[in-house]
Design a protein around this ligand. Structure first.
Ligand code: SF4
Length: 498
């Protein structure tokens, strides 16, 4: 059932892992990631839940991932998913616990269930099948597309709650008994029992920081030890689910605790959090790691902090930064104002100057286009401003279309439309040709993400049809168009363009 190639891949990866916990327990669940191994093992949240379950008496977990081969081509059928630890088919385990980062990963979850011959439609599963439970970053905004697929959704932070959830399944009884118990756990949504989503759960600050359990060279962040220096964010960007009003603000891990948690043999360290650069001691943490000889990566750098914090960019140069990456967010000053961003042109210009002064190869800026009310004049301002930056230091732009998310002030904003986004991208590319490296994510897939970000159970079930029909953009477009549109569900079609 399992191909020789997959077996070999798993053996090879297991042999290179450091820190894997060896444990056998009476109740073992499959901890599933709906993207390939390299992405799953780079997820601090996934690693955190792995460690939480392995630390719990009487419980163990085995990991499973979406087949590598089928990620880049939606038409390739996924291999039968098996766990890495015992190569057991996932359907032989009593619970499948999925961590879902964002909307497009729901398709990976569906593909794993299909490949394991488990009905992906919740109502078609019964006592013969494992319980399917989902959690992860997606649940901070809108997990409702999962409601027709999974049996329970853990909403928000789940470091300790994950264990309660598995205990509720472990107690046995019928499937109905298990769901009854799950429905009583705070911040757990059980579609058969609840109509409304619960609020986003937050764990006790005492359990911070989350950190890697396993290091491996076979990830995007090769052999990197990941640790959170803070959780949440105190800023209020109007499009972001991590803003203070959703997550209760920024919870800071003391610098001493961060440094003592990092093992002495970790030579590559990733400092993770929604707003890592806002940590009040971030420069001393980075310099202390530089003194240990570590290479360090930070998951988010705000331009105002880089520009205004003495010695910050110098410290980043010490720990190996060759590209200074930060965000300009909106295309113009006017747009950035509407997004409630603190970054100003002077900060971005200072970042460029600092990158050059500290010998870095380039500056990379993330940018959203298609934000509400954006016009050609905003895009033209972006062209003029980024061209100015590129005269200071080589510049790359990483562009993503704006996608309104639930639980944010811009929730009800429209998606700009595929044609409008492509028009702005063309304008940017032409205006910056030969001067700035412009890379953008697909406007079409951003529209699929938008429909799911704003959608409910029907949109989630449409993924099943789209996956069955090959998983192409056209398959999604057809599947979404087939949903009966009620006045409540007025999502624009792919061909709509304001
Ligand atoms: S975009 Fe970044 S800075 Fe703004 S609220 Fe979200 S995490 Fe904080």
């Amino acid at each position: 059932m399992v191909s020789v190639a997959l077996k070999e891949r798993i053996r090879h990866r297991l042999a290179d892992e450091v820190g894997r916990i060896q444990k056998q327990a009476p109740f073992t669940v499959a901890l599933c990631y709906p993207s390939p191994y390299s992405a799953g093992m780079s997820s601090l949240g996934y690693q955190r839940i792995y460690r939480a379950l392995m630390d719990a008496p009487g419980i163990a977990c085995e990991r499973a991932f979406l087949d590598d081969e089928c990620e880049s081509d939606a038409a390739i059928a996924a291999e039968h998913p098996v766990t890495y630890e015992s190569m057991r088919p996932i359907e032989h385990l009593p619970v499948l616990a999925f961590s879902v980062a964002y909307e497009l990963e729901i398709a990976g979850l569906v593909r794993m269930l299909n490949a394991a011959n488990i009905p992906a439609r919740r109502r078609e599963r019964d006592e013969r099948h494992p319980l399917v439970i989902a959690g992860g970053p997606l649940t901070f905004s809108n997990p409702m597309p999962l409601a027709g697929i999974v049996d329970a959704i853990v909403v928000g932070e789940a470091d300790a709650r994950a264990v309660l959830v598995i205990r509720a399944a472990e107690e046995g009884g019928t499937r109905a008994d298990q769901l009854d118990r799950l429905a009583k756990i705070p911040h757990v949504f059980v579609p058969t029992h609840h109509r409304e989503l619960p609020t986003v759960g937050a764990e006790d600050d005492a359990i911070l920081p989350a950190h890697s359990a396993i290091r491996t060279p076979h990830t995007v962040l090769s052999n990197m030890f990941l640790i959170e220096t803070e959780r949440g964010c105190s800023r209020g960007c109007s499009y972001c689910v991590m803003r203070r009003s959703t997550n209760g603000g920024m919870r800071i891990v003391p610098a001493e605790r961060v440094l003592e948690t990092i093992p002495a043999d970790a030579h590559r360290v990733g400092l993770v959090g929604a707003a890592v650069s806002d940590h009040p001691k971030i420069v001393s943490i980075v310099n202390a790691l530089a003194d240990r000889g570590c290479e360090v990566g930070l998951s988010s750098l705000r331009p105002d902090r880089l520009a205004n914090t003495e010695g910050f960019v110098a410290a980043l140069a010490r720990v190996g930064y060759r590209t200074l990456t930060t965000a300009m967010d909106g295309s113009s000053e006017r747009v950035r104002e509407t997004l409630d961003r603190r970054a100003r042109p002077k900060h971005l210009l200072e970042c460029a100057a600092l990158a050059k002064r500290h010998g870095m190869d380039r500056l990379k800026l993330y940018l959203m286009i298609g934000t509400p009310g954006e016009t050609d004049a905003d895009v033209d301002e972006c062209i003029a401003f980024t061209a100015e930056i590129s005269r200071i230091v080589p510049l790359a732009l990483g562009i993503a279309p704006f996608c309104p998310k639930r639980n944010t002030p811009l929730d009800a904003a429209p998606f700009a439309g595929i044609r409008a986004v492509e028009h702005s991208l063309d304008r940017l590319r032409k205006g910056l040709r030969g001067r700035v490296d412009v890379r953008a994510t697909s406007a079409r897939w951003a529209w699929v993400e938008y429909v799911l970000a704003q959608g409910g159970e029907a949109e989630g079930l449409a993924i099943l049809t789209a996956v069955t029909e090959g998983g192409s953009f056209r398959a999604y477009e057809r599947a979404f168009a087939a949903i009966e549109r009620t006045p409540r569900r007025k999502l624009s079609l792919a061909t709509d363009s304001p």
